[in-house]
Design a protein around this ligand. Structure first.
Ligand code: GDP
Length: 436
C-alpha cells in the first residue's frame, strides 16, 4: 500500500538510528563490573520487570459521536509500541534520547534490534497485510460492480446501446459519479468504434484506465505531504477538518498510532473546543495510542490551544503535531475565521505550517458527503482527503467522484473502526481491487 509516513530521508530508517555507520569502536570501552550471578535477571525476569514498570492503559470504549456502528474493542497492534499515558497539557520539555542510545535496546517493538533488511522484510509483510485488508474493505463494492458488469454481458455478442445503458447504471450505482460515468462511456464508445473493446475484459480495462487517469490527475492539485517539507522544519503540522460524525477523531487516533509506530514523536492538539465531547473522545484515543494530548477547557479559543500545542511540540522536539478542529458547518463564517486564525498562528510558529490540511469524508454518505466536502473546501484550504468507512459501503466508487469533483488527492482510507484500520490510498491498488 506504499510507505505510510516517512519524512526522514524517504525509505531510510534514520529515526531509528539504523543507518548510522556500523563502525566498531577502535578501543573497547571498559567492561562494567559483573553483578553477582544470582542478581543478574534472566531475560524473562527482565521483561516482567519492564512490563510492570509501564502500567498499561485501560482498554477504553469510545463513545460514538456519529451515527455509525458501535465501536468494537481494540486489539493491540502487533507492531504497536507499548502504550504510555497521555501527559498533562503544558510545554514541558522532554529530553529525547539520542538514536544510538535507543538502538541499545535488546528487544524492541520498533525493531531497533533488527537489521535494515529484517526491518524492510517486516515492513513488506505489514504492507501485504494492509493490502489484503484493503481488498476486503472494498469487497462489497467489487462484488456489486462485478455482478452488474457480468450481467451486462450475459447473452450478448456485441456492445450495443442497451449494454452501454446498463453499464451507465452499474457505474452510477457504485457512486462513481455522473461526470465520471459519462467520461467512461465516451471512452468505451470510442473503443467499440475502433474495435478495441469487444469483450468484458477489454471493457473492464477501459474503465480501469479511465478511473486511474482521474485519480492520478487529482494528485496534481492540492497535494501536500511529509516528503515535501524540509527535514529541519518541525513539527510537521497536520490539520484535520471535516463535519462531525465522519470519523475525524478516529482518524486522528489512527494517524497518531501509525506515525508514532514509524518512530516519530507525535503530539495531538484538541482544538475542537466547541464540543466538550470532542475533547473527551480525543483523550480516549490519545491514551490508547500513548500519544500526549494538549487540551483546554471547553470554549477556549482554538487558536490559543494550537499556540500552546505548537510551543509544547517545539519544546519536546516533536516530529508531528496533529490538530483536531471544529466540525460544525452551520456557523460557516465563524469556522472560516477560526481556521484562518489557527493557520496564522501555525505559520507564525513553524515555517510553512500547517503543512497539510486533510478533509475527512465519510464514504457511506456518498454524494451527500461530497456536498458537505464542497462547503468545507471553501473555508479550509484543504490539501488532501481521508476517505473513511470504505469498508462500510458497496458504493466505494465515491473515491473517484471525490477525486474528480473536488480535484484533490485521497491520501488515506479508513477501512474499519480499529486503531490500525487506516491505509495509504493507492489509486492502482484501489482500481485493481474494484475490477479484479
Ligand atoms: P467524528 O465525530 O468525526 O470525530 O467521528 P468519530 O471519529 O467519532 O467516528 C464516528 C463513527 O464512525 C464511530 O463509530 C467510528 O467508530 C466510526 N468510524 C470511523 N472511521 C471508520 C472506518 O474507517 N470504518 C468504519 N466502519 N467505521 C468508522
Amino acid at each position: 500500500m506504499g510507505i505510510f509516513w516517512r519524512r526522514k530521508s524517504k525509505e531510510q530508517f534514520v529515526t531509528l538510528g539504523l543507518n548510522e555507520p556500523q563502525t566498531k569502536p577502535v578501543t573497547e570501552p571498559p567492561a562494567p563490573p559483573e553483578p553477582p550471578p544470582q542478581e543478574r535477571p534472566t531475560s524473562d525476569q527482565a521483561a516482567q520487570a519492564k512490563s510492570s514498570e509501564i502500567e498499561p492503559p485501560p482498554l477504553l470504549e469510545p463513545t460514538p459521536t456519529g451515527d455509525s456502528p458501535t465501536p468494537i474493542p481494540i486489539e493491540p497492534l502487533k507492531s504497536a509500541p507499548p502504550a504510555m499515558r497521555a501527559s498533562e497539557p503544558g510545554p514541558a520539555p522532554v529530553e529525547r534520547k539520542p538514536a544510538s542510545a535507543r538502538s541499545a535496546f535488546s528487544s524492541s517493538v520498533l525493531g531497533l534490534d533488527l537489521s535494515v533488511e529484517e526491518l524492510q522484510a517486516r515492513e513488506a509483510a505489514l504492507e501485504q497485510e494492509f493490502s489484503a485488508r484493503f481488498r476486503r474493505a472494498v469487497s462489497a463494492t467489487r462484488e456489486s460492480l462485478s455482478e452488474r458488469l457480468d450481467s451486462v454481458f450475459v447473452g450478448r455478442k456485441q456492445i450495443d446501446e442497451e449494454l452501454l445503458d446498463q453499464l451507465e447504471e452499474a457505474l452510477i450505482a457504485a457512486d462513481i459519479g455522473v461526470a465520471t460515468t459519462l467520461g467512461v462511456l465516451e471512452t468505451v464508445r470510442r473503443g467499440v468504434a475502433r474495435k478495441q473493446i469487444n469483450d468484458l475484459d477489454a471493457l473492464k480495462q477501459a474503465i480501469k484506465d479511465e478511473l486511474l487517469k482521474i485519480l492520478r490527475a487529482s494528485t496534481e492539485q492540492g497535494v501536500a505531504s511529509e516528503t515535501s517539507v524540509p527535514e529541519n522544519v518541525s513539527p510537521y503540522v497536520m490539520m484535520i477538518v471535516g463535519v462531525n460524525g465522519v470519523g475525524k477523531t478516529t482518524t486522528i487516533g489512527k494517524l497518531a498510532q501509525r506515525i508514532k509506530a514509524e518512530g516519530n514523536d507525535v503530539l495531538i492538539c484538541a482544538a475542537d473546543t466547541f464540543r466538550a465531547a470532542a475533547s473527551d473522545q480525543l483523550a480516549i484515543w490519545a491514551e490508547r495510542t500513548g500519544v500526549p494530548l494538549i487540551q483546554q477547557k471547553q470554549g477556549t479559543d482554538p487558536a490559543a490551544v494550537l499556540f500552546d500545542s505548537l510551543k509544547a511540540a517545539k519544546a519536546r522536539r516533536s516530529d508531528v503535531l496533529i490538530v483536531d478542529t471544529a466540525g460544525r458547518l452551520h456557523t460557516k463564517s465563524n469556522l472560516m475565521a477560526e481556521l484562518e486564525k489557527m493557520k496564522r498562528v501555525a505559520r507564525r510558529e513553524v515555517e510553512g505550517a500547517p503543512h497539510e490540511t486533510l478533509l475527512v469524508v465519510d464514504a457511506v454518505t456518498g454524494q451527500n458527503g461530497l456536498e458537505q466536502a464542497r462547503q468545507f473546501l471553501k473555508v479550509a484550504g484543504v490539501t488532501g482527503i481521508v476517505l473513511t468507512k470504505l469498508d462500510g459501503t458497496a458504493k466505494g466508487g465515491i473515491a473517484v467522484a471525490i477525486a474528480k469533483e473536488l480535484d484533490l488527492p485521497i491520501r488515506y482510507a479508513g477501512i474499519g473502526e480499529k486503531l490500525d484500520d487506516l491505509v495509504v490510498f493507492d489509486p492502482n491498488e484501489y482500481v485493481n481491487n474494484l475490477f479484479g
